[in-house]
Design a protein around this ligand. Structure first.
Ligand SMILES: [Zn+2]
Length: 51
């Protein structure tokens, strides 16, 4: 399985993938141009025990 990597901007809180980020030169948020972003894994999916 391919792990989908996402990034989140700490300023506006949006998540985006790498291709979206590469639209602009350098590493920055494609929405607000903020330079500090964090890597996140796929959106949090909690396992719920089957009843
Ligand atoms: Zn942003």
């Amino acid at each position: 399985m391919e792990e989908r990597k996402l990034y989140v901007c700490i300023k506006c809180g949006r998540t985006f993938s790498r291709p979206e980020m590469e639209i602009l030169p350098g590493i920055r948020c494609p929405y607000c141009n903020f330079k500090i972003i964090m890597k996140v894994r796929s959106p949090a999916v909690k396992r719920i025990p089957a009843l």
